[in-house]
Design a protein. Structure first.
Length: 135
């Protein structure tokens, strides 16, 4: 059975979960913008104050940046399938991106698409991750 649709659903669900957490963090009320923990850590790092590695990492993150990254990941996923469709159009049976993503292209075998497997593997600690999805 072609695993591509399941991998896509799994990946999109993880992105949705991350986006929900980021949106919730954006809605948190602070007296001042610098009261947000990620903003405070960023400002301390910029000013050369000592911050722990954990705080330095947190300062490099922000809910807004997370949402931008997630949107870029979604667009990149679409680009992966557009590229696969272009290759299949030139060298295969001519399936479009939607058929490939649905697992209906006979030229894309059970192993699927390595770029998708690499994306999905980031979430290998999730209980729904399947070992067979590893690249």
């Amino acid at each position: 059975m072609n695993q591509i649709p399941d991998m896509i659903a799994f990946y999109r669900a993880r992105l949705d979960e991350e986006a929900a957490v980021a949106r919730k963090a954006l809605r948190m009320k602070f007296d001042l913008p610098s009261d947000a923990p990620w903003e405070r850590a960023r400002l301390m790092t910029e000013r050369g104050m000592y911050v722990s590695p954990h705080d330095r990492h947190m300062g490099a993150q922000s809910p807004a940046r997370t949402l931008k990254r997630i949107e870029a990941e979604r667009r990149l996923l679409d680009e992966i399938f557009a590229y696969e469709a272009k290759i299949d159009g030139e060298w295969g049976c001519g399936c479009d991106a939607e058929r490939i993503a649905a697992g209906l292209c006979p030229d894309v075998g059970e192993d699927g698409i390595r770029a998708l497997r690499l994306k999905v593997e980031v979430f290998d600690d999730h209980p729904d991750f399947q070992e067979s999805w590893r690249p």
